[in-house]
Design a protein around this ligand. Sequence first.
Ligand code: GLU
Length: 389
Amino acid sequence: MGVLSKRAGQLAESITIAITTLAGELKREGRDIISFSAGEPDFDTPQQIKNSAIDAINSGFTKYTAVDGIPELKKAVADKLKRENGLIYEPKHIIVSNGAKHSIFNLFQTIIDDGDEVIIPSPYWVTYPELVVYSGGKVVEIKTDDSSNFKITPEQLKNAITPKTKLLVLTSPSNPTGAVYSRDELVALSEVLKNTNVFVASDEMYEKLVYDDKFISTASISEDMYNRTITINGLSKSVAMTGWRFGYLATPHLELITAMRNLQSQSTSNINSITQKASIVGLSAEIAPEVEKMVKAFHERRDYAVSRINSIDGLSVVKPAGAFYLFVNISKISNDSMKFSKDLLNNEGVAVVPGVGFGAEGYIRMSFATSMKNIENGLNRLEKFVKSI
Ligand code: GLU
Protein backbone atom coordinates (compact mmCIF):
# COMPACT_ATOMS: atom_id res chain seq x y z
CA MET A 1 0.00 0.00 0.00
CA GLY A 2 1.68 3.24 -1.14
CA VAL A 3 1.45 6.16 1.23
CA LEU A 4 1.69 8.89 -1.41
CA SER A 5 -1.10 10.20 -3.59
CA LYS A 6 -0.38 9.92 -7.31
CA ARG A 7 -0.46 13.70 -7.49
CA ALA A 8 2.20 14.19 -4.84
CA GLY A 9 4.30 11.30 -6.11
CA GLN A 10 4.99 12.98 -9.42
CA LEU A 11 5.91 16.37 -7.96
CA ALA A 12 9.64 17.13 -8.17
CA GLU A 13 11.59 19.40 -5.83
CA SER A 14 12.40 22.90 -7.14
CA ILE A 15 15.93 22.53 -8.51
CA THR A 16 16.69 26.24 -8.03
CA ILE A 17 15.85 25.99 -4.33
CA ALA A 18 17.65 22.62 -4.01
CA ILE A 19 20.95 23.91 -5.42
CA THR A 20 20.80 27.14 -3.43
CA THR A 21 20.24 25.08 -0.27
CA LEU A 22 23.10 22.70 -1.14
CA ALA A 23 25.48 25.63 -1.78
CA GLY A 24 24.51 27.07 1.63
CA GLU A 25 25.14 23.74 3.36
CA LEU A 26 28.56 23.32 1.75
CA LYS A 27 29.48 26.86 2.82
CA ARG A 28 28.44 26.12 6.40
CA GLU A 29 30.62 23.00 6.31
CA GLY A 30 33.53 25.34 5.63
CA ARG A 31 33.91 24.84 1.87
CA ASP A 32 34.85 27.84 -0.23
CA ILE A 33 31.74 28.12 -2.40
CA ILE A 34 30.76 30.84 -4.86
CA SER A 35 27.08 30.54 -5.63
CA PHE A 36 25.48 31.70 -8.86
CA SER A 37 22.42 29.62 -8.09
CA ALA A 38 20.08 31.80 -6.09
CA GLY A 39 17.48 33.90 -7.84
CA GLU A 40 17.78 36.31 -4.97
CA PRO A 41 19.14 39.87 -4.80
CA ASP A 42 22.22 40.15 -2.60
CA PHE A 43 20.99 43.56 -1.40
CA ASP A 44 19.21 44.09 1.89
CA THR A 45 15.54 45.10 2.01
CA PRO A 46 15.39 48.94 2.03
CA GLN A 47 15.19 50.49 5.50
CA GLN A 48 11.86 52.30 4.89
CA ILE A 49 10.23 48.93 4.32
CA LYS A 50 11.76 47.45 7.46
CA ASN A 51 10.64 50.48 9.49
CA SER A 52 7.08 49.94 8.39
CA ALA A 53 7.26 46.31 9.53
CA ILE A 54 8.73 47.32 12.90
CA ASP A 55 5.91 49.86 13.36
CA ALA A 56 3.38 47.14 12.51
CA ILE A 57 4.79 44.87 15.21
CA ASN A 58 5.00 47.63 17.82
CA SER A 59 1.45 48.78 17.15
CA GLY A 60 0.11 45.25 17.56
CA PHE A 61 -0.80 44.69 13.93
CA THR A 62 -0.30 40.99 14.53
CA LYS A 63 -3.70 39.40 14.08
CA TYR A 64 -5.63 37.72 11.26
CA THR A 65 -6.46 40.00 8.37
CA ALA A 66 -8.76 39.71 5.36
CA VAL A 67 -7.77 36.54 3.47
CA ASP A 68 -7.03 38.37 0.20
CA GLY A 69 -5.07 41.22 1.83
CA ILE A 70 -5.92 44.36 3.82
CA PRO A 71 -7.76 47.06 1.81
CA GLU A 72 -4.82 49.54 1.99
CA LEU A 73 -2.51 46.95 0.49
CA LYS A 74 -4.85 46.02 -2.34
CA LYS A 75 -5.27 49.72 -3.04
CA ALA A 76 -1.47 50.13 -3.07
CA VAL A 77 -1.26 47.31 -5.64
CA ALA A 78 -3.97 48.93 -7.80
CA ASP A 79 -2.21 52.31 -7.56
CA LYS A 80 1.11 50.76 -8.55
CA LEU A 81 -0.38 48.95 -11.55
CA LYS A 82 -1.96 52.19 -12.74
CA ARG A 83 1.09 54.40 -12.10
CA GLU A 84 3.76 52.09 -13.46
CA ASN A 85 2.01 49.77 -15.89
CA GLY A 86 -0.95 51.77 -17.19
CA LEU A 87 -3.33 49.06 -15.96
CA ILE A 88 -6.68 49.88 -14.41
CA TYR A 89 -7.69 47.36 -11.77
CA GLU A 90 -9.87 47.96 -8.74
CA PRO A 91 -8.89 46.50 -5.36
CA LYS A 92 -11.59 43.84 -5.82
CA HIS A 93 -9.66 42.55 -8.86
CA ILE A 94 -6.60 41.85 -6.71
CA ILE A 95 -5.60 39.02 -4.38
CA VAL A 96 -2.46 38.97 -2.27
CA SER A 97 -0.65 35.69 -1.61
CA ASN A 98 2.50 34.24 -0.02
CA GLY A 99 4.83 35.15 -2.86
CA ALA A 100 4.10 35.08 -6.59
CA LYS A 101 4.76 31.33 -6.52
CA HIS A 102 1.69 30.97 -4.32
CA SER A 103 -0.28 33.26 -6.66
CA ILE A 104 0.65 30.93 -9.54
CA PHE A 105 -0.30 27.85 -7.52
CA ASN A 106 -3.70 29.36 -6.69
CA LEU A 107 -4.26 30.38 -10.29
CA PHE A 108 -3.41 26.97 -11.74
CA GLN A 109 -5.60 25.25 -9.15
CA THR A 110 -8.58 27.42 -10.03
CA ILE A 111 -8.28 27.84 -13.80
CA ILE A 112 -7.05 24.41 -15.01
CA ASP A 113 -9.39 21.47 -15.43
CA ASP A 114 -8.19 17.90 -15.92
CA GLY A 115 -6.77 17.56 -19.43
CA ASP A 116 -6.59 21.30 -20.16
CA GLU A 117 -3.52 22.25 -22.13
CA VAL A 118 -1.19 24.95 -20.84
CA ILE A 119 1.37 26.41 -23.23
CA ILE A 120 4.73 27.09 -21.64
CA PRO A 121 7.61 28.56 -23.67
CA SER A 122 10.88 26.87 -22.78
CA PRO A 123 13.37 27.46 -21.27
CA TYR A 124 10.85 28.00 -18.47
CA TRP A 125 10.99 28.67 -14.78
CA VAL A 126 11.16 25.26 -13.06
CA THR A 127 7.92 25.67 -11.15
CA TYR A 128 5.44 26.17 -14.02
CA PRO A 129 5.30 22.66 -15.51
CA GLU A 130 5.34 20.99 -12.10
CA LEU A 131 2.35 23.01 -10.92
CA VAL A 132 0.47 22.57 -14.20
CA VAL A 133 0.74 18.79 -13.88
CA TYR A 134 -0.12 18.96 -10.17
CA SER A 135 -3.29 20.85 -11.16
CA GLY A 136 -4.32 18.15 -13.66
CA GLY A 137 -3.22 20.06 -16.78
CA LYS A 138 -1.09 19.00 -19.70
CA VAL A 139 2.05 20.95 -20.53
CA VAL A 140 2.53 22.00 -24.15
CA GLU A 141 6.06 23.27 -24.56
CA ILE A 142 7.16 25.78 -27.18
CA LYS A 143 10.89 25.36 -27.56
CA THR A 144 13.17 28.35 -28.04
CA ASP A 145 16.94 28.69 -27.97
CA ASP A 146 19.61 31.34 -28.14
CA SER A 147 19.28 31.64 -31.93
CA SER A 148 15.88 33.36 -31.43
CA ASN A 149 16.93 35.19 -28.25
CA PHE A 150 14.76 32.69 -26.38
CA LYS A 151 11.50 34.26 -27.59
CA ILE A 152 8.54 32.46 -29.13
CA THR A 153 7.22 33.57 -32.52
CA PRO A 154 3.55 34.15 -33.42
CA GLU A 155 3.83 31.17 -35.77
CA GLN A 156 4.99 28.87 -32.96
CA LEU A 157 2.17 30.08 -30.75
CA LYS A 158 -0.41 29.50 -33.47
CA ASN A 159 0.82 25.94 -34.00
CA ALA A 160 0.68 25.17 -30.28
CA ILE A 161 -2.95 26.21 -29.77
CA THR A 162 -5.61 23.48 -29.88
CA PRO A 163 -9.28 23.44 -28.80
CA LYS A 164 -8.02 22.22 -25.40
CA THR A 165 -5.68 25.16 -24.77
CA LYS A 166 -6.68 27.01 -21.62
CA LEU A 167 -3.67 29.09 -20.72
CA LEU A 168 -0.42 30.54 -22.05
CA VAL A 169 2.27 31.32 -19.49
CA LEU A 170 4.36 34.35 -20.46
CA THR A 171 7.33 35.53 -18.43
CA SER A 172 8.96 38.78 -19.42
CA PRO A 173 11.66 39.49 -18.38
CA SER A 174 12.29 35.77 -18.36
CA ASN A 175 13.66 33.56 -15.65
CA PRO A 176 15.98 31.84 -16.73
CA THR A 177 16.96 33.63 -19.97
CA GLY A 178 16.43 37.33 -19.28
CA ALA A 179 14.54 37.74 -22.57
CA VAL A 180 12.19 40.75 -22.66
CA TYR A 181 9.30 40.96 -25.14
CA SER A 182 8.93 44.33 -26.86
CA ARG A 183 5.56 45.98 -27.42
CA ASP A 184 5.62 44.94 -31.09
CA GLU A 185 6.35 41.34 -30.18
CA LEU A 186 3.52 41.27 -27.63
CA VAL A 187 1.16 42.82 -30.17
CA ALA A 188 2.10 40.10 -32.68
CA LEU A 189 1.40 37.38 -30.11
CA SER A 190 -1.88 39.06 -29.13
CA GLU A 191 -3.03 38.89 -32.76
CA VAL A 192 -2.73 35.09 -32.62
CA LEU A 193 -4.78 34.95 -29.40
CA LYS A 194 -7.64 37.05 -30.76
CA ASN A 195 -10.85 35.02 -31.17
CA THR A 196 -9.46 32.13 -29.09
CA ASN A 197 -10.47 31.11 -25.56
CA VAL A 198 -6.89 31.18 -24.33
CA PHE A 199 -6.07 33.04 -21.13
CA VAL A 200 -2.60 34.41 -20.42
CA ALA A 201 -0.74 34.19 -17.11
CA SER A 202 1.74 37.07 -17.30
CA ASP A 203 4.50 36.65 -14.71
CA GLU A 204 6.02 40.13 -14.36
CA MET A 205 8.22 39.47 -11.34
CA TYR A 206 11.36 40.91 -12.99
CA GLU A 207 9.71 44.00 -14.53
CA LYS A 208 11.99 46.52 -12.78
CA LEU A 209 15.18 44.70 -13.76
CA VAL A 210 15.53 45.78 -17.38
CA TYR A 211 18.73 47.12 -18.91
CA ASP A 212 18.13 47.69 -22.62
CA ASP A 213 14.46 47.40 -23.49
CA LYS A 214 11.49 49.07 -21.87
CA PHE A 215 9.24 46.74 -19.90
CA ILE A 216 5.68 46.38 -21.22
CA SER A 217 2.86 44.76 -19.23
CA THR A 218 1.08 42.10 -21.29
CA ALA A 219 -2.38 43.28 -20.20
CA SER A 220 -1.62 46.82 -21.41
CA ILE A 221 -1.43 45.79 -25.07
CA SER A 222 -5.17 46.01 -25.83
CA GLU A 223 -8.60 45.60 -24.28
CA ASP A 224 -8.70 42.05 -25.58
CA MET A 225 -5.38 41.27 -23.87
CA TYR A 226 -6.49 43.00 -20.66
CA ASN A 227 -9.52 40.72 -20.51
CA ARG A 228 -7.62 37.50 -21.11
CA THR A 229 -4.51 38.28 -19.02
CA ILE A 230 -3.94 37.47 -15.38
CA THR A 231 -1.15 39.75 -14.15
CA ILE A 232 1.17 38.24 -11.53
CA ASN A 233 3.88 40.10 -9.66
CA GLY A 234 5.47 40.67 -6.26
CA LEU A 235 8.33 42.51 -4.56
CA SER A 236 10.84 39.68 -4.05
CA LYS A 237 13.24 40.56 -6.86
CA SER A 238 12.56 44.24 -7.54
CA VAL A 239 12.81 45.40 -3.92
CA ALA A 240 14.88 42.57 -2.38
CA MET A 241 12.05 41.10 -0.32
CA THR A 242 12.35 37.38 -1.09
CA GLY A 243 11.93 36.18 2.48
CA TRP A 244 8.91 38.35 3.27
CA ARG A 245 6.67 36.34 0.92
CA PHE A 246 4.50 38.83 -0.86
CA GLY A 247 2.97 38.20 -4.25
CA TYR A 248 -0.17 39.40 -5.97
CA LEU A 249 -2.41 38.65 -8.87
CA ALA A 250 -4.85 40.89 -10.76
CA THR A 251 -7.63 39.93 -13.13
CA PRO A 252 -10.95 41.47 -14.16
CA HIS A 253 -12.55 38.00 -13.75
CA LEU A 254 -14.11 38.28 -10.32
CA GLU A 255 -15.14 34.61 -10.29
CA LEU A 256 -11.44 33.69 -10.44
CA ILE A 257 -10.63 36.02 -7.55
CA THR A 258 -13.46 34.51 -5.49
CA ALA A 259 -12.30 30.95 -6.23
CA MET A 260 -8.73 31.80 -5.26
CA ARG A 261 -9.85 33.57 -2.09
CA ASN A 262 -11.90 30.49 -1.18
CA LEU A 263 -8.89 28.23 -1.80
CA GLN A 264 -6.64 30.52 0.22
CA SER A 265 -9.18 30.77 3.03
CA GLN A 266 -9.14 26.96 3.29
CA SER A 267 -5.36 26.62 3.04
CA THR A 268 -3.12 29.48 4.19
CA SER A 269 -5.55 32.28 5.16
CA ASN A 270 -4.06 35.78 4.94
CA ILE A 271 -0.37 36.35 4.32
CA ASN A 272 1.72 37.56 7.25
CA SER A 273 0.16 40.77 8.62
CA ILE A 274 3.56 42.46 9.09
CA THR A 275 4.62 41.75 5.52
CA GLN A 276 1.40 43.38 4.35
CA LYS A 277 2.26 46.68 6.05
CA ALA A 278 5.84 46.51 4.76
CA SER A 279 4.69 45.80 1.23
CA ILE A 280 2.60 48.97 1.09
CA VAL A 281 5.89 50.90 1.33
CA GLY A 282 7.58 48.50 -1.10
CA LEU A 283 4.92 49.25 -3.71
CA SER A 284 5.08 53.02 -3.28
CA ALA A 285 6.89 55.51 -5.52
CA GLU A 286 9.19 56.46 -2.60
CA ILE A 287 11.16 53.24 -3.09
CA ALA A 288 12.23 54.08 -6.68
CA PRO A 289 15.71 55.48 -5.80
CA GLU A 290 16.54 52.24 -3.91
CA VAL A 291 15.48 50.16 -6.90
CA GLU A 292 17.52 52.36 -9.23
CA LYS A 293 20.67 51.69 -7.18
CA MET A 294 20.17 47.92 -7.38
CA VAL A 295 19.40 48.00 -11.11
CA LYS A 296 22.56 50.02 -11.75
CA ALA A 297 24.66 47.42 -9.95
CA PHE A 298 22.97 44.52 -11.79
CA HIS A 299 23.56 46.32 -15.09
CA GLU A 300 27.31 46.65 -14.47
CA ARG A 301 27.59 43.05 -13.36
CA ARG A 302 25.68 41.84 -16.40
CA ASP A 303 27.94 43.66 -18.83
CA TYR A 304 31.10 42.39 -17.15
CA ALA A 305 29.88 38.77 -16.86
CA VAL A 306 28.59 38.59 -20.44
CA SER A 307 31.87 39.76 -21.95
CA ARG A 308 33.91 37.47 -19.67
CA ILE A 309 31.82 34.40 -20.49
CA ASN A 310 31.87 35.08 -24.22
CA SER A 311 35.65 35.26 -24.05
CA ILE A 312 35.87 31.69 -22.65
CA ASP A 313 36.46 29.13 -25.40
CA GLY A 314 33.50 26.74 -25.59
CA LEU A 315 30.97 28.96 -23.78
CA SER A 316 28.58 31.55 -25.16
CA VAL A 317 25.78 33.64 -23.75
CA VAL A 318 23.14 35.95 -25.22
CA LYS A 319 23.17 39.29 -23.41
CA PRO A 320 20.00 39.20 -21.27
CA ALA A 321 17.88 42.35 -21.64
CA GLY A 322 16.39 41.86 -18.17
CA ALA A 323 16.25 39.87 -14.89
CA PHE A 324 19.56 38.80 -13.30
CA TYR A 325 20.32 35.52 -15.00
CA LEU A 326 22.75 34.38 -17.68
CA PHE A 327 21.61 31.35 -19.60
CA VAL A 328 24.97 30.07 -20.76
CA ASN A 329 25.30 27.72 -23.71
CA ILE A 330 27.68 24.89 -22.75
CA SER A 331 26.72 22.53 -25.60
CA LYS A 332 30.14 22.72 -27.26
CA ILE A 333 31.58 21.16 -24.12
CA SER A 334 28.79 19.13 -22.58
CA ASN A 335 25.30 17.92 -23.25
CA ASP A 336 24.81 16.82 -19.67
CA SER A 337 24.18 20.03 -17.74
CA MET A 338 23.55 18.12 -14.50
CA LYS A 339 26.97 16.42 -14.62
CA PHE A 340 28.63 19.69 -15.70
CA SER A 341 27.07 21.51 -12.72
CA LYS A 342 27.95 18.77 -10.23
CA ASP A 343 31.57 18.58 -11.44
CA LEU A 344 31.87 22.37 -11.37
CA LEU A 345 30.61 22.41 -7.78
CA ASN A 346 32.84 19.53 -6.65
CA ASN A 347 36.01 20.60 -8.46
CA GLU A 348 35.85 24.39 -8.24
CA GLY A 349 33.22 25.17 -5.60
CA VAL A 350 31.03 27.08 -8.06
CA ALA A 351 27.25 26.52 -7.85
CA VAL A 352 25.11 26.97 -10.99
CA VAL A 353 21.73 25.52 -11.97
CA PRO A 354 21.68 22.92 -14.79
CA GLY A 355 19.64 23.96 -17.83
CA VAL A 356 17.85 20.62 -17.87
CA GLY A 357 15.76 21.84 -14.90
CA PHE A 358 14.46 24.65 -17.10
CA GLY A 359 13.69 22.31 -20.00
CA ALA A 360 16.88 23.19 -21.91
CA GLU A 361 19.74 20.70 -22.02
CA GLY A 362 23.15 22.10 -23.02
CA TYR A 363 22.82 25.23 -20.88
CA ILE A 364 23.46 26.36 -17.31
CA ARG A 365 21.82 29.25 -15.45
CA MET A 366 24.05 31.65 -13.56
CA SER A 367 22.55 34.38 -11.39
CA PHE A 368 24.50 37.64 -11.25
CA ALA A 369 22.67 38.74 -8.12
CA THR A 370 25.94 38.45 -6.24
CA SER A 371 28.86 40.82 -5.65
CA MET A 372 31.26 41.84 -8.44
CA LYS A 373 34.07 40.24 -6.45
CA ASN A 374 32.21 36.92 -6.40
CA ILE A 375 31.46 37.24 -10.11
CA GLU A 376 35.13 37.85 -10.93
CA ASN A 377 36.37 34.98 -8.76
CA GLY A 378 33.59 32.64 -9.84
CA LEU A 379 34.23 33.28 -13.53
CA ASN A 380 37.97 32.70 -13.04
CA ARG A 381 37.11 29.33 -11.55
CA LEU A 382 34.62 28.56 -14.33
CA GLU A 383 37.27 29.38 -16.94
CA LYS A 384 39.76 27.07 -15.20
CA PHE A 385 37.16 24.30 -15.06
CA VAL A 386 36.24 24.62 -18.75
CA LYS A 387 39.92 24.54 -19.74
CA SER A 388 40.38 21.35 -17.71
CA ILE A 389 37.67 19.44 -19.59
N1 GLU B 1 12.68 32.26 -8.44
C1 GLU B 1 13.98 32.07 -7.89
C2 GLU B 1 14.87 31.24 -8.79
O1 GLU B 1 14.47 30.87 -9.86
C3 GLU B 1 13.89 31.53 -6.50
C4 GLU B 1 13.78 30.07 -6.38
C5 GLU B 1 12.44 29.56 -6.74
O2 GLU B 1 11.46 30.08 -6.22
O3 GLU B 1 12.42 28.62 -7.53
O4 GLU B 1 15.99 31.00 -8.43
